[in-house]
Design a protein around this ligand. Structure first.
Ligand SMILES: [Zn+2]
Length: 104
């Protein structure tokens, strides 16, 4: 179980979601996060196949709001009108690791 981040900031000018944990900070591009949305309209519930990928996301994508859900996730609403994506802390940490692995 991943603990909540110490801070979550949407840095609009840089276009990154900054997630700070005591063990490290991840800076994830908005487009990458939006393209990894785990919701049922982005990933087929029956097949598990992703139907919306990073390539499908407009380059000017940005969050319009972030709302805490309990103490385990945030719900991100985007400027493309998509607002059903719930990102758990565990999910966000995995995204951070995936992004770092891709960058190295
Ligand atoms: Zn989605």
């Amino acid at each position: 179980m991943t603990s909540p981040p110490l801070s979550i900031k949407a840095r609009q000018q840089e276009g990154v979601l900054e997630l700070e944990w005591s063990h490290g900070t991840y800076r994830l591009p908005f487009r990458f996060v939006r393209g990894r949305c785990p919701c049922a309209s982005c990933v087929s519930e029956t097949t598990g196949i992703r139907v919306v990928d990073v390539e499908d996301v407009p380059s000017e994508i940005a969050p319009t709001s972030m709302q805490f859900t309990g103490n385990y996730a945030i719900k991100i609403a985007w400027n493309d009108g998509h607002d059903t994506g719930l990102f758990t802390w565990e999910n966000l940490e995995l995204l951070g690791k995936e992004f770092e692995a891709a960058a190295n």
